[in-house]
Design a protein around this ligand. Sequence first.
Ligand SMILES: [Fe+2]
Length: 451
Amino acid sequence: MRVILFSEDSETRKLISGVFLTNFKKLTLETGDTVKECIDKMLCGEYQYKIAIIDLSIKQSIDELFEEVTDLLEDFPIILWGDHLSAKNRIPQNFTNINPTNASIFAPFSLNNFAIIIKQALAWIQDLEDREKTVELDKDECVAVKIKNFYRFEEMDYDVYLEKGDDKFLRIITKGEAFNQALIQRYVRLGTKELYLQKEMRVKFLDKTIDNLFIFFTEESDENRVIYQAQVGAACVVHEYIRTIGICEKVIRLCEKIVAVTNEVYKNLNMIRVLKDFPLVDGDISEQSILASYVCEGLVRGIGWSSDLSRVKLGLASIIHDCALENGELQKLVSIKDPSIIKFTEEEIRRYIKHPKIAAEVSKHFTNHSEIDFVIAQHHELPNGKGFPEGLNAHQIPQLSCVFILANNFVKELVNCSWTAVGIHSIIRTFKERYDTGNFKDPMKALEKLF
Ligand SMILES: [Fe+2]
């Protein structure tokens, strides 16, 4: 196993090399005179390094180097070495969040402490290697499920895999063995969006995820970020359930619960506070759905509608309206005239054109809430009449739909801007030119008031 040492000081390099030669003979320590030399070694890919040691006296920003090395090491352990206690204030803030065995050691050095730190790192690596086993599976017999659904599990009744290509899969969760959230977070940080299960496990998995979410929502967390994360996970499972199995009573109840939570959370907040804590990861369908439900909540209050019915209808529309879109990229389109539509297949475009109607049909199962279907069917109409499927204009679209269209299109823009005051006000300025007309006038005023 190879360890890489970042130090610009030859004495430190000599000291640490000596410690490794005497005490960790099975580990190969490599180093270089400069940070660049070490990074080049990691980049060339000849060897895979599994531990990095960073001397805190190097000139470069430790935060930046830590981030770069974490990426190259794929979250394997990093040890910080400080030859003076004052180096402690250079430790990056999220240092121990990335890997639980990330640790630091300061002068006067104790060989005993150093050995404990290295052994903890090696145990973590061993545990990961025992857990991760490459297996061959027929991809047609597997189903992909969003990784964010795994946040509320601690153990699975079946194995869970990461796709490596050519029918090769890495088993990362073993049936019956406990795992923690840090494991899931690691794969999320490494860019994993989906994990795989054997096909026959899908219904079981989605049912159990819904049960876990109900438990979470009953426990009433007081941390808004965690609540948003659960709502996004819930929207994600709702979409997967509807697409692969269909709508059922349990899914309807989960949608109603998501909407009730939005209302409850927003009571003590405003839109700026929501954005401050909202866990935007990739702006996908589930994140946009939940954000839209909050914007709708804000608009309903801004317009002054006192009826809970409109609020619930808009919340449910936020969750359901794009449930028929399998390719998340399609959700970024506002209209079928969007030039980027050419990158999709004919089948995807056909399905895109039909998705408001398909989702409207699904929403008819929400028998306690009538009229959600027309809001969903109209969610791609535009004030200038250039939307679809009907090409209605700002005077023909009912105001309830106008609120939803405005909120939904605002969220599409929002996920692409940096959420700075300047970015948000620039979207609102552009929207004012487009939406300050017909039945969009009052919702537009309410949107301006939100920020
Ligand atoms: Fe849509």
